[in-house]
Design a protein around this ligand. Structure first.
Ligand SMILES: C[S@@+](CC[C@H](N)C(=O)[O-])C[C@H]1O[C@@H](n2cnc3c(N)ncnc32)[C@H](O)[C@@H]1O
Length: 358
């Protein structure tokens, strides 16, 4: 797990580099965030049986009755294979709920999509050479769902935990409205903290922030519009977002560490920082090499009941708040043509789910 000092050093290394003034500015922002980070590092749990026996321990915690205890009431304590533990009950994770962004006037430049059709083409041309994990279907899903959110007046922050070289982040950012803050969260150079080696296929190809920013340049997104947050997502809490003056998420992709521990933490933070009608997309959710992602998603949807899945396919699951789940499910059926299976065969936690076609 990363120490605050290590995070600060990583951010300062960015600032000390000669990558240009705007890049130094975002690095300083990262350093500022580092100082704000509150510690919620998972603790060692002592002995829970022999290391060779993989034992998961789940138990519901009691918790009090007031709003500040919302997270504690619903949180599972999860002991993972290496006996690290997701913070069992950390009210600080969820108390400072970011405010929703007010919808800009319809037709104003603030409400308009960042990418022009020319930028879409530039992304399509650049994308094959960008290291990352994405297919063309996802590009369309983001465009259609973002447009629907904006039509419904749902605006907010857009970004990703685990951006790597920005292959998916660029799509989320390019479809966002001009008024919406863009946030890119990653360990970046601090790969020694990437303990489950998520996305490690290209650690030799480091300088992630510079790769990400080159893609922004190529697709017409000003570097200054992107808030780089350099650090370990396990240290993120909702109050980090409010301290940075960020609104609640309109769209957040969760694609950082893929262990049960990290995914559960990230999805929990997402659940309490997403606005009504916001969308949380979890990557690798059906990837048999990353079973922790699926387990974490079930915990978050069942235990927290704040996020309802409405569609899945092409390795990602899409979730929203209960207020908008049926509208988004209808849109998915209409726009994407779900695979025709009976609802009883395609649901999670009792909510029908669109299985996106191949
Ligand atoms: C699978 S890659 C992300 C791929 C990316 N979304 C794309 O579109 O190509 C995973 C990323 O998560 C980052 N990561 C892993 N663990 C993390 C953690 N605990 N906190 C923040 N980022 C993390 C890695 O540095 C890596 O860049």
């Amino acid at each position: 797990m990363g120490s605050k000092a290590a995070l600060g050093r990583a951010a300062l290394r960015h600032a000390a580099s000669e990558r240009g003034a705007s890049y130094a500015a975002v690095a300083l922002l990262s350093a500022a965030l580092t100082l704000l980070l509150t510690s919620s590092t998972p603790q060692s749990t002592g002995s829970h049986g022999v290391a060779s026996s993989v034992r998961m321990q789940h138990r519901r915690l009691g918790g009090g009755g007031d709003a500040a205890d919302w997270m504690c009431k619903h949180q599972y304590a999860v002991t993972t294979w290496d006996r690290k533990r997701v913070p069992a009950c950390d009210p600080a994770l969820c108390t400072a709920t970011p405010a929703p962004l007010k919808a800009p006037a319809k037709g104003s430049s603030a409400a308009s999509r960042r990418w022009t059709p020319r930028d879409d083409d530039a992304y399509a041309a650049a994308s094959p050479s960008v290291v990352g994990w994405l297919n063309d279907h996802q590009v369309r899903y983001v465009r259609v769902m973002t447009a629907l959110q904006h039509q419904l007046g749902v605006f907010g922050a857009a970004g990703e935990i685990g951006v790597h070289h920005g292959k998916f982040f660029a799509v989320v950012a390019g479809n966002a409205a001009a008024a919406e803050p863009l946030v890119a969260i990653d360990l970046f150079e601090a790969q020694s903290e990437n303990y489950d080696l998520s996305g490690s296929g290209s650690t030799a190809n480091i300088l992630y922030p510079e790769k990400l920013m080159s893609l922004m340049d190529a697709t017409g997104i000003p570097r200054a519009d992107v808030r780089l947050v350099s650090g370990n997502s396990l240290t993120l809490t909702a109050s980090n977002f409010t301290s940075l003056g960020l609104p609640a998420w309109r769209m957040l992709s969760v694609d950082g560490g893929h262990s049960l521990e990290t995914t559960l933490h990230d999805v929990n933070v997402a659940a309490c920082t997403v606005r009504d009608g916001g969308i949380v997309i979890v990557d690798d959710w059906f990837n048999q090499e990353w079973t922790g992602v699926q387990e974490a998603t079930y915990h978050a949807t069942h235990a927290l009941a704040r996020l309802v899945p409405f569609m899945h396919g092409h390795n990602k699951i899409w979730m929203t708040t209960p207020s908008h789940a049926s509208a988004y499910l209808d849109a998915a059926r209409r726009e994407f043509g779900c695979v025709d299976v009976h609802e009883s065969r395609s649901s999670i936690g009792g909510s029908a789910l669109c299985l996106l076609p191949e």
